[in-house]
Each structure stands twice: as C-alpha cells, then as structure tokens.
Design a protein around this ligand. Sequence first.
Ligand SMILES: *[C@@H]1O[C@H](CO)[C@@H](O)[C@H](O)[C@H]1NC(C)=O
Ligand SMILES: *[C@@H]1O[C@H](CO)[C@@H](O)[C@H](O)[C@H]1NC(C)=O
Length: 271
Amino acid sequence: MANCLLLVVMIKRCTDPLKPKSSLEEHSFLITDVRFSPSMPRLATSSFDKTVRVWDADNTDYSLRTFTGHSASVMSLDFHPNKEDIICSCDSDGEVRSWSINNGSCLTCVKVFKGGATQMRFQPRKGKYLAAASEKAIYILDGETQHACRSPLQGHAKDIQSVCWDSAGDYLASVSEDAVRIWSFTSGQDGEFVNELNCSGNKFQTCVFHPAHPSLLVIGCYESLELWDIREKNAMTFNNAHDGLIAALAASSATGKVASVSHDRLVKLWK
Ligand SMILES: *[C@@H]1O[C@H](CO)[C@@H](O)[C@H](O)[C@H]1NC(C)=O
Ligand SMILES: *[C@@H]1O[C@H](CO)[C@@H](O)[C@H](O)[C@H]1NC(C)=O
C-alpha cells in the first residue's frame, strides 16, 4: 500500500498530464510525515499547520478527522500497531499526544523533551514502546501513556534524522548523518546498545529494515544505498542508486520490496 501512495506522488510530480486518481484535501503548510494504518484502509498525515489528519485510503477526497491541539508544527505521527483507534503525534515543542480516531478526542498529552521531535515510531506488533527521536537522543515511551519508560538512548554525536524498527519489534535503528546505531528490545532488554556503523562515504539520511531479509538494514544516503547486515556485521554500498539525496525509504511486506524517494524526483523499487 505504501508503494501505491509513492506512485501517486511520483505521477503528480513528474508527469502533469496524468492526474492522480484523487487529490487529498489540503494541509495549509508542509506535510512532515505520512503513515498507513496497519489494520484499516486509512492513512494519516502530520503538518507544519499544527494538525494531524486521518484519511480514508479508499476515498481521499475528505479527511475523516482533523486533530487540532498541538501548539507547534507536528513533526511525526504513527498508528498504534494493534489498537486501531489510537494514533500518536509529536511536535516541534517536545509534546507528544495520543488521539482517538473514533471519537476525535485527545487521550493523552505529555511534554516529553526540551527540543523538538524528529520522528516517532511504535514498536511493531507489541506496541509496548513508542520510540521518539529528538536531537541526539531517542526517548523510549510507554505505548499507552506516552511517559518515558527509561532514560533516553544516548551515543549519537549528531542529531538523529530517522528511526525504524524491524518487523518483529526486536531491534530499533537510529540514523544520524555520521552513524547508524542498533538497540535491542529482545526479551528482557529495553534498549541495550548492540552495534553501530560509522559513515565512511556519503552521509546517512534514512533507514528501513528489508521486508524479506529481517537482519538487513537498508540505509538511504546522498545518492547511494548502504546495506548493513546487523547480525553478520558486514556492510555493502550500492553507489549511484539515485542522483540526489535519498529522502525516505518504505518497505512492503506484501511484495518484499523497498521503495526509495529522492530529491532527484524519482521513486525506485528494490528487491
Ligand atoms: C473517546 O474514546 C476513548 C477510548 O478510545 C475514551 O477513553 C474516551 O473517554 C472517549 N472520549 C469521549 C469524549 O467520548
Ligand atoms: C565509530 O566512530 C566512533 C567515533 O570516532 C568510535 O569511537 C567508534 O569506535 C567507531 N565505531 C566503529 C564500530 O567503528
């Protein structure tokens, strides 16, 4: 499903005469994040306009919900992996909120960090934890209350740009331009540092675990893709993957493919 959305974006940007099937009712400022619901035909977007919107993926003419309440730009959001009513969002002022999609109310509102949030992702399947990156640290929040469960994960020398979980919810990866770090949430662990990969070539930007090879982390860089097997601990660079910064990656477990989007305006699919 993620691939469909990326294709729609590509059609809109690259070939104007081919109009997308539907155009989303608009946010009034830049959109910062987009996520599909893991169980329902819904997607959600966050924006500099301080709102979160939830959309019916089968009919995107109107948003189902617009959540207002954040007093600053909403930087990221995520659906709860197994409570289909719940969505969480974080803003540039360090506030995290959870919302009920069914009745539209704000359920929790917690001031979590001093700086702004960069990206927030629920632990897949279990939903026990919510990982939120802010500046050089990752905050591990309780999936229900959004209160911090432990001290923040430290060690990055530069600001974190992206975080992602493996599909089992056992490992979390965090990316800054100079390093990727892996943290373990296997049974009995709540964020122990496992391993790091220092950048030796193009700056790192984003990452996703490969949908068909669970221990393989795909890292999007400036023009290249880095493949890092976190168990075997070997890394491989795929040069000239794009002609610009690889801004985001998405994995499809249904197709086993990874999609990359770049400032070169292309979407590419990889196996
Ligand atoms: C909305 O639903 C949530 C449960 O999902 C509940 O806790 C909350 O009280 C409800 N709020 C209102 C205003 O009905
Ligand atoms: C990565 O770089 C840091 C800082 O230079 C260094 O302390 C660390 O040992 C390096 N890690 C690896 C796995 O090379």
